[in-house]
Write a new protein. Structure first.
Length: 745
């Protein structure tokens, strides 16, 4: 607190309870901020983390280590930490030296790959795991193979509210003489309140004096995304069902003291939640422990608390059953009172003093299990053991290169070149970048990204000729298309960008438009002959199929293009030339990357093997004896049995190598691929043949290439986007700890 969040409330209450239960203990808090300005925290908050800033997690670890904290207690839920599936938290856990006790507020029985990876490492780096229900312990054992001895089951803490008749508290709210139903907590669609409102007409028919109090503010994140749409839909529903005189909305995040008063006035508490997999409900615990009758859908936490007639369970999505459950209690006061007594008796085990005592036992257990590690602050800070440092995000040049139409192809030095106008190739790259940065949570440029992403997608929409199904590529500065159809490669890059937009954009409108354009541009690819276009399209297909896994045309084309690349490999590769053609030209690593993805996702073991073999060969011929990356030069490329061109080296080659090697790492978990990705990325920063950086840290631009004696000082869109796309992918990998603690050879 004062952050409006259930876990913030829990953390506040837990810290206060532990401090009261063990007065000699110094208990302080680190708060996670979801906005740049933070919050006005009380003195117990000693340090703050910025949700999306990976380095702030490491700084927090340093703070804890230097201050010799004895135990770190983590409150975990995937959505409150930055990075994919909240992976930024792992950066902190990797560096702290004290025992870690992690309270799991969400435990997924069917996690996605990113969630599973985070959870597996969270389990590994925690000395004790606290769950609030037996079901949580069962999932930990069965899904994550956690030993039972490592798990503590400690109920959600609640305030110690006296057992009292509801009529004593109703007058202050003006509902004396009425039967009061209550639902409270931050509002959002998952609460299922619409089903409770649908149940009211029948409840009111049997008990005309009933009133339903819906207490709580709409979740701040939902407000930011769609305003009060959900609350307004509930208000309209109440009016349509003729029960608006029986529903009270109190749109406030109430204090604990006020909440106690509201609970006191309650006769029956409703939790019509829609998701069975909810392992913890603080609101349910509060009301249950106060000795109130509960009618609830059977999510996991409710199943345990309300068993043995301690409450009433009704099916999901069933307003009739909710009405039946409520009326059954009102029609049988003796049963209602018996349920209340049972709930209150069990609630004595959940009051905060009892819960704090259990936590202190868990802390002591964690300390006893782990032998003390000397806190030698700098002993582990060698270059080989510290996380890889990436440059900070700086988009000045990308922004200067963009206008309300798209992004200019070329620059004269660092000034946009209007003469050559725009192209689909670069706008597609720019749209990909916006989606990757948005996924990473680049809060400092979020508003700019929103506008830029919309502009770039509008350009791609204009580029598609609906009559031919082909994307045009070149547009003049006066917004005139200069061709009827662009190159096959530009078509493939457009599909790649649109596949990412369809799968990853946080804007529903951009997702839907991306999918529409992707679908309309897909059919033309079947007639294309460029292997790189096949590869670009495959990259887009794999993204698109994440969102539309049953699209038969997309599935068929993915299999067909994968087979074509495999056939090319078999036709041209030899022991000393393991490649897809008789020459290695441009964007080479994309061919390997496409097959690595196909190998994982179809799945196709042969395609995966070819992708890894070809990428291994490419890495070997693009590495110098000095150990730095040297891409195949565009001044002649590399023809079989000929001499390879060392210059001019292009940024897109380094970018393609970064992407492909990170994909290989994800497929194999072999650290060699993380090292190869870093090697290619460092080419931008000066680890290259001339020892000169191509990245301009002053404005965020990137030079157009490396000649034998100099850099090309123009900073075109392709080159600058190549750097920023590489940085985004490296940042994503770092957030999943792929780049941490892998010493440079």
């Amino acid at each position: 607190m004062p952050r409006l969040c259930g876990i913030a409330t829990f953390t506040h209450d837990l810290c206060e309870a532990v401090s009261s239960a063990a007065p000699a203990t110094e208990c302080y808090t680190g708060a996670v901020n979801d906005r740049a300005e933070g919050y006005k925290y009380p003195p117990r908050v000693r340090f703050e983390l910025q949700e999306k800033d990976l380095d702030s997690y490491r700084r927090a670890a340093d703070y804890l280590n230097f201050n010799n904290a004895d135990v770190l207690c983590v409150q975990h839920e995937f959505g409150i930490y930055g990075g994919p599936a909240g992976s930024h938290l792992l950066a902190l856990l990797k560096e702290v030296r004290m025992p870690v006790v992690t309270t799991l507020h969400t435990i997924l029985s069917s996690p996605n790959p990113a969630q599973r990876k985070v959870m597996n490492e969270l389990v590994q780096r925690s000395d004790r795991l606290v769950v609030m229900a037996r079901k949580g312990a069962e999932i930990l054992r069965e899904t994550y193979a956690v030993p039972e001895a490592k798990i503590d089951i400690i109920p959600h803490g609640i305030p110690d509210i006296p057992f009292m008749d509801s009529s004593l508290s109703k007058a202050q709210f003006g509902v004396e003489g009425r039967k009061v139903l209550l639902t409270f907590g931050l509002l959002g669609p998952g609460k299922g309140i619409e089903y409770a409102i649908e149940a009211l007409p029948e409840i009111v028919r049997q008990h005309p004096n009933v009133v339903y109090l819906i207490l709580g503010a709409t979740h701040p994140h939902l407000i930011a995304k769609e305003g009060e749409r959900y609350r307004l839909s509930l208000e309209r529903l109440a009016e349509e069902r003729g029960v608006k005189e029986h529903v009270i909305f109190y749109n406030r995040f109430v204090s604990p003291e006020d909440l106690t008063e509201f609970i006191g006035a309650t006769d029956i508490y409703l939790t019509p939640y829609l998701n069975e997999a909810q392992i913890t409900s603080g609101t349910l615990a509060y009301v249950f422990g106060a000795g109130k009758a509960v009618v609830s859908t059977p999510y996991w936490h409710a199943q345990e608390l309300l068993a043995d007639d301690r409450g009433s369970l009704v099916p999901f999505h069933d307003s009739g059953a909710i009405a039946g459950g409520v009326c059954a209690y009102f029609n049988d006061p003796a049963r209602l009172e018996k349920t209340r007594v049972k709930a209150y008796e069990m609630g004595r085990e959940m009051i905060w003093p009892a819960v704090a005592k259990r936590y202190i036992e868990s802390f002591q257990h964690a300390r006893a299990d782990r032998k003390t590690v000397p806190r030698t602050a700098f002993a582990g800070w060698t270059l080989g053991s510290r996380p890889y440092a990436l440059p900070p995000l700086r988009l000045d040049h990308i922004i200067h290169m963009s206008d309300g139409t798209g992004i200019f192809q070329h620059a004269i030095y660092n000034v946009p070149d209007f003469h050559h106008g725009y192209c689909t190739d670069d706008t597609a790259r720019a749209f990909i970048l916006c989606n990757l940065l948005d996924e990473l949570g680049a809060e400092s440029v979020h508003e700019k990204l929103e506008g830029m992403a919309t502009t770039y997608l509008a350009f791609l929409a204009s580029a598609l000729n609906r009559d031919t199904g082909r994307f045009r590529n070149f547009m003049s500065h006066s917004r005139v298309w200069l061709e009827e159809a662009g190159s096959e490669d530009s078509h493939g890059r457009a599909l790649w960008a649109l596949g990412i937009g369809a799968a990853r954009s946080r804007s529903e409108g951009r997702r839907r438009l991306s999918a529409y354009l992707f679908q309309h541009g897909l059919a033309a690819v079947d007639a294309f002959t460029s292997p790189r276009t096949w590869a670009f399209t495959l990259l887009g297909l794999h993204e698109y199929l994440r969102e539309f896994p049953l699209d038969t045309l997309a599935l068929s084309l993915r299999a067909e293009l994968t087979a074509r690349l495999v056939m090319l490999w078999k036709a041209y590769s030899t022991d000393d030339w393991p490649w897809f053609e008789n020459s290695a030209t441009y964007d080479n690593a994309r061919l390997s990357q496409a097959l690595i993805l196909s190998g994982q996702n179809i799945p196709d073991a042969e395609a995966l093997d070819i992708g890894l073999k070809s990428l291994g060969w490419l890495a070997s011929i693009q590495k110098t004896q000095a150990g730095h990356f040297r891409p195949i030069g565009s001044n002649g490329f590399y023809v079989k049995d000929g001499a390879r061109a060392d210059f001019d080296q292009q940024p897109v080659e380094a970018q393609a190598m970064v992407s492909a090697c990170l994909e290989a790492f994800r497929a194999t978990q072999d650290a060699i691929w993380a090292r190869e990705a870093k090697r290619a990325f460092e080419w931008f920063l000066g680890r290259n043949d001339l020892g000169l950086p191509l990245y301009d840290s002053g404005n965020g631009g990137c030079y157009d290439g490396l000649h034998s004696d100099r850099v090309n000082e123009n900073q075109g869109a392709e080159s600058s986007l190549a750097f920023h796309l590489s940085l985004a992918e490296m940042s994503h990998a770092e957030s999943l700890n792929a780049l941490s603690y892998t010493p440079r050879p």
